[in-house]
Design a protein around this ligand. Structure first.
Ligand code: FES
Length: 78
């Protein structure tokens, strides 16, 4: 499984102690669906039933948005 997400940022962000969870750890989103990028907000749960070998796109990159299968990563003209 994989998913297509759109990122608009052009540079890094700095994480600090305020980004730590109650357990003192920082959880960085790797699924691309968090509304709190770059931090995990639990949105990855929506990917639990994604099938191997399928590429998905979530409407508006929102874990609650409609999910559809896509042929691959699409590139749009700017
Ligand atoms: S890994 Fe992306 S929301 Fe948790």
């Amino acid at each position: 499984m994989a998913r297509e997400v759109t990122h608009e940022e052009r540079g890094p962000t700095i994480l600090d102690d305020d980004d730590k969870g109650d357990d003192g750890l920082i959880y960085v989103c790797r699924c691309g669906l968090s509304d709190s990028q770059p931090l995990c907000d639990g949105s990855h749960r929506a990917t639990a039933d994604e099938e191997d070998g399928v590429v998905y796109k979530y409407e508006d990159d929102d874990a609650d948005g409609e999910r559809r299968e896509v042929d691959g990563i699409a590139f749009e003209d700017a």
